[in-house]
Design a binder for this molecule. Structure first.
Ligand code: HEM
Length: 423
């Protein structure tokens, strides 16, 4: 590990409880004094943290940084203990986030066909219905935990609908996903069992849908049917790959969106001036501030704190720092998006900020495939909350709120709120 601290500027401690609550001062220090910093992660693995915007953007698009964990030069003593997703044999599966071109290009093309912006736009009324329904369950009570009662169920039901998971099975998904989110997504114990159940269910669903697929696509055909159709039309997609694809859509699109809604609502509740502006603009029937606002919330405190793992396939240099082949690299999106070299007043939340080139959805060939769906869900969820509950307020001291201490994701465990009950 490199120690960049001096008596005048001691290095901040990373991955502590304080860090999980507010990592931004530590990121400011790293950007300034050790922008490409080798550190030991809680799992014991040593990795490079990249914190400046320009370096982060370059690293995200650098073909010498592979997504395939087989390139990790794992020291013998750490074998199997790293917690790097997909690294342990039992968890190995092929999906977009752990493969490189040309396989990545082929699979991404296939799923993009089934996941078009049109399909997402057609889905808007359903997302609104989901938001209204979930809010209806607690609107008369005057209080709620916005994470458990709203931010958590909304994305899981939305993705299940999009994939074509029948409604009667969706509560099983909610429970499996709840297990994954509660335990930080690591592939252990109950989490591994939930992942296994989900994958088994999806494999079976794909099998059943393939058998019953009509010759021509009907209106509003679900995504799994679209994937099967794409694979049946001359392009190669095995049933296993289709199941892994459905799984990664769930996995990548679920906790991220929970945290977009949770972190976003929290930021609005703790910035009353910004929230008033948004409420006034929504009351006037405008959408412009909502659209720039959700992008700004992603920049200011986005759900993905660090992009998923990358591994150097050969020696390279990032921001003047030499990186050896086999070294893991973590691009810290949350730090890059607060870089004063890139954003004016980066620590200020400004919902009308026009410069929305943040890295919250990543960059390059792995740029978030679900960004249009995430935007739709984030905008619908936050607008509906503020419209239904004009006096929505935080019902806890911000200092007492607990943040999940995961590596990749940033989000609240609970978000208690109160409001005047509405019928
Ligand atoms: C990839 C962020 C929602 C599906 C990514 C990446 C980021 C990201 C940062 C790139 C990771 C990397 O390069 O290591 C987010 C955020 C979301 C969100 C902040 C919500 C606010 C969704 C949704 C879906 C989704 C709703 C789908 C239903 C994916 C997929 C990839 C991905 C499939 C992998 C793409 C590839 O490797 O080619 N996302 N995501 N995401 N996201 Fe999202």
């Amino acid at each position: 590990m490199t120690d960049h601290s001096t008596p005048d500027r001691p290095a901040p401690e990373l991955f502590t409880w304080e860090f999980a609550s507010d990592p931004y001062p530590a990121y400011a220090w790293l950007r300034e004094h050790a922008p490409v910093h080798r550190t030991r992660l809680p799992s014991g693995v040593e990795a490079w943290l990249v914190t400046r915007y320009a370096d982060a953007k370059q690293a995200l698009a650098d073909p010498r940084l592979s997504k395939n964990p087989a390139h990790h030069d794992e020291p013998a003593h750490a074998k199997g203990k790293t917690g790097i997703p997909g690294e342990r044999k039992a968890e190995l599966m092929t999906h977009l986030l752990n493969i490189d071109p040309p396989d990545h290009t082929r699979l991404r093309r296939l799923v993009s066909k089934a996941f078009t912006p049109r399909r997402v736009a057609e889905f808007a009324p359903r997302v609104q219905e989901l938001a209204d329904d979930l809010i209806g369950r607690f609107a008369g009570t005057g209080s709620a935990d916005l994470i458990h009662e709203f931010a958590f169920p909304l994305p899981i039901y939305a993705i299940c609908d999009l994939l074509g998971v029948p409604r009667e099975d969706q509560d099983d998904f909610r429970d499996w996903a709840g297990m994954m989110i509660r335990h930080g997504g690591g592939p252990r114990g109950g989490v591994a069992r939930s992942v296994k159940k989900m994958r088994g269910y999806l494999a079976d669903l794909i099998h059943r849908k393939r058998a019953a697929l009509p010759p021509e696509p009907g209106p509003g055909e679900d995504l799994i049917s679209g994937l099967i159709r794409a694979s049946d039309h001359g392009e190669h997609l095995t049933e296993n790959e289709a199941a892994a694809m459905a799984f990664i859509l769930l996995f990548a699109g679920f906790e991220t969106t929970v945290n977009l809604i949770g972190n976003g609502a929290y930021a609005l509740l703790t910035h009353p001036g910004q929230r008033d502006r948004l409420q006034t603009s929504l009351a006037a029937g405008e959408r412009a501030l909502l659209e720039t606002g959700v992008e700004e919330l992603l920049r200011y405190d986005g759900p993905v704190e660090m992009a998923t793992w990358r591994f150097a396939t050969r020696p390279l240099s990032i921001g003047g720092q030499d990186i050896a082949a086999g070294d893991p690299v973590l691009v810290v999106l949350a730090a890059a998006d607060r870089d004063p070299e890139r954003f004016a007043d980066p620590d200020t939340l400004d919902l009308s900020r026009r410069d929305s080139q943040h890295l919250g959805y990543g960059h390059g060939i792995h740029y978030c495939l679900g960004a249009p769906l995430a935007r739709l869900e984030g905008q619908t969820a936050l607008a509906t909350l503020l419209t239904r509950f004009p006096d929505l307020r935080l019902a806890a001291d911000p200092a007492e709120l607990r943040w999940r201490g995961g590596l990749i994701m940033r989000g609240l465990r609970t978000l208690p709120v109160s409001f005047t009950p509405v019928p």
